[in-house]
Design a protein around this ligand. Structure first.
Ligand code: 3PG
Ligand code: MG
Length: 408
């Protein structure tokens, strides 16, 4: 079943001759003034190309980093315009502010099929406040609004939310793909559906865990979060990272999983070390035998075997967060092995795997399987908030079916 999208797609927009304000997410990793990872740029190309090819005048809006309402030259989008032009294979002009005379003149003189990028929306103090005046000023630049920034949809800002109240609004192709993937994975998944949730702290993933419990048949916990669950069961986790104040919460989550018939999977063995550093001696021990003064930094081979066997029985998998400290080999082995298993099952066609959020993309890339998943989201925080079951303001703002509760 196709995802019931809450917004109008580009299928219903005739771009010819129109000034189309497109919110994208060009908040890409930069290294020495160059774009590091190109994923977010590559993923917005289809929308821009389609609109321009059909004679639209494409005006791109994006934030970059967190300049907090001030002009911070290091956070200019200018270098990214160049990278975008390369990815598009066509010129991208640039205006030094996202509103005002220069932006308006550039938007007015843009010709059919041309692409213009406006400067960082967060240079404007009104952006993050969703200031109505800024939204109005942005709306003056376009005839219609397209949001293709799912990864910024958890922000109720002027360029992601407010502006949509002034113009006919649509979801772009990337927005469409992200929502379709999330729908496949969580709203109407083929069952059994499982989730792998890693990360350091239960406290930052509490809502996510609770929402997932209600939706999945299996929930595997990895990362330092698993230590807190183990400790809550009375396991001595040595000097492993754990949250003392979350022990009761962990017990509640385990009880709830049981009551709901959700198979909560914790590591049975771990790779431990005394020192958090590359090359420190390691041991692999059952979780019941973590020595005092040692810490768990990865799941062990038996845990991997158990989890991989469970993956083989699933039809759908949602993955958020690594199982261990994958940045510091050899503590990447657990994550690598499980990611590679998920990739093999996905490639064989027996499993649909949707992954996203923060470190997940880096972990999958490190495991060499980033392109072997069914879908990998470009979103960090927005992906997490979706897994938490939250309504995303950027979606509500362009929605034709959700109630608009935001000041627009
Ligand atoms: C992201 O990188 O997750 C998005 O671009 C949102 O950025 P923000 O967390 O600074 O709002
Ligand atoms: Mg961020």
């Amino acid at each position: 079943m196709a995802a019931p999208l809450p917004f109008a797609t580009l299928d219903t927009l005739d771009p010819q001759g129109k000034r189309i304000l497109v919110r994208v997410d060009l908040n890409v990793p930069m290294k020495d003034g160059q774009v590091g990872d190109q994923t977010r740029i590559e993923r917005i190309v289809p929308t821009i190309r389609e609109l321009a090819d059909k004679g639209g005048r494409v005006i791109l809006l994006s934030h970059f980093d967190r300049p907090k309402g001030k002009v911070v030259p290091d956070m200019s989008l200018k270098p990214i315009a160049t990278a975008l032009a390369t990815a598009l294979g066509r010129p991208v002009s640039f205006a030094h502010d996202c509103i005002g005379d220069e932006a308006e003149a550039a938007a007015r003189t843009l010709r059919d099929g041309e692409v213009l990028l406006l400067e960082n929306t967060r240079f404007q103090p009104g952006e993050e406040k969703n200031d109505p005046d800024l939204a109005t000023a942005l709306a003056r630049l376009g005839d219609v609004y397209v949001n293709d920034a799912f990864s910024a949809a958890h922000r109720a800002h002027a360029s992601t939310a407010g502006v949509a109240g002034h113009l006919p609004s649509f979801g772009g192709r990337l927005m469409e793909a992200e929502l379709a993937a999330l729908f496949t994975a969580l709203e109407n998944p083929e069952r059994p559906v499982g989730a792998i949730v890693g990360g350091a702290k239960i406290s930052t993933k509490l809502e996510l865990l609770e929402n997932m419990l209600a939706k999945v048949n299996m929930l595997a916990i990895g990362g330092a979060m698993a230590n807190t669950f183990l400790a809550a069961q009375g396991v001595n986790v040595g000097k492993s990272l754990k949250e003392e104040e979350m022990l009761d919460t962990a017990r509640k989550i385990m009880a709830e999983a049981k009551a709901r018939g959700c198979d909560l999977v914790l590591p049975v063995d771990v790779v431990v070390t005394e020192e958090f550093m590359a090359g420190a001696p390691t041991r692999t021990v059952p979780v019941s035998e973590i020595p005092d003064g040692w810490m768990a930094l990865d799941v062990g081979p038996q845990s991997v075997q158990i989890l991989n066997a469970k993956l083989a029985g699933l039809k759908t998998l949602v993955w958020n967060g690594p199982l261990g400290v994958f940045e510091l080999p050899p503590f990447d082995e657990g994550t690598n092995a499980v990611a590679q298993k998920a990739a093999r099952l996905t490639q064989a066609g027996t499993l649909k795997t949707v992954a996203g959020g923060g470190d997940t993309v880096a972990a999958l890339r490190h495991a060499g399987v980033l392109h072997d998943m069914t879908y990998v989201s470009t979103a960090g925080g927005a992906f997490l908030e979706w897994l938490e079951g939250k309504v995303l303001p950027g979606l509500t703002a362009i929605s034709t079916t959700l109630e608009k509760t935001l000041p627009v």
